[in-house]
Write a protein that binds this ligand. Sequence first.
Ligand code: SAM
Length: 284
Amino acid sequence: MMQPIATIKRTKEIQDKYQIFTKKNYGQNFIIEPKIVEKIADYAIQDPDELVFEIGPGIGALTEFLCQKAKRVIALEIDSRLPSILQAEVKGDLTVLLQDVLETDIDQLIRSYRKPNQKVVFASNLPYYITTPILFRLFEAKEPIERITVMMQKEVGQRFLADSKDKEYNALSVITQYRCDIKKVMDVSRHVFWPKPNVDSMVLSFSFHHRYALEQEELFFEMVKACFQQRRKTIANNMGKWIKDKMQAEQILKAAGIDPETRAQQLGLEEFIKLFDEVKFYEG
Ligand code: SAM
């Protein structure tokens, strides 16, 4: 029986067969341990009818397992050498789009493939050089997403798990908590990748909880990012810069019950929401 693609033997065979080398500038580090990709696929997909989007399938290490678990997988890959290899090597209902995820309208993408009432999930061993912008795009999408299961650099993963007492806590932590419950799936050693990267990894699962539905969400995200603009400055300073009026910023903060001398990293999600209520009042 053929070994999974996520083994060093198959990976090297595929590279030899198609005469391809890995491209560092695309963050290409392929997984060579089938147990890891199987576990990611298990977390990513809870029902075979879910529509699965994979970002950066590479030569198909994870794709193969996603296709075994779900009826339909749509993969977005930037490297033009890879779609034909994936179509030849991976069995299942797989569509590979030659596409840069950062140039993709995620809402449009979902609308193009989703059947009515179908649940949508994303899975990926992310290209690490663009982890944050990819996740911001997914969290800011308006079309419904059920869950996102992704591998990323360990230090970046820790930032998502941080709460307001930790030094890693930032705007992305707040926006993510607004949208999702976050769970650590596993730590992953650098030794299960080919070529071996210089960092260890972590797999996180983000489940969208739909607990908050603020009007003008985009403005809320903008406010949170503005509050963290300069971490060492007080929240009154950062807010003041954002609305171009420091005195007014102090009043808004006081109305929200927040000491203007506080730093953004001391505030929890609920406090940002309270603050936003006052900002909306000021806006309107
Ligand atoms: N999923 C494979 C695996 O686990 O072995 C490969 C993961 S590799 C870390 C990241 C993949 O993302 C590569 O295949 C790379 O070509 C692709 N990629 C990089 N930048 C991308 C972008 N902007 N849009 C879509 N895919 C991208």
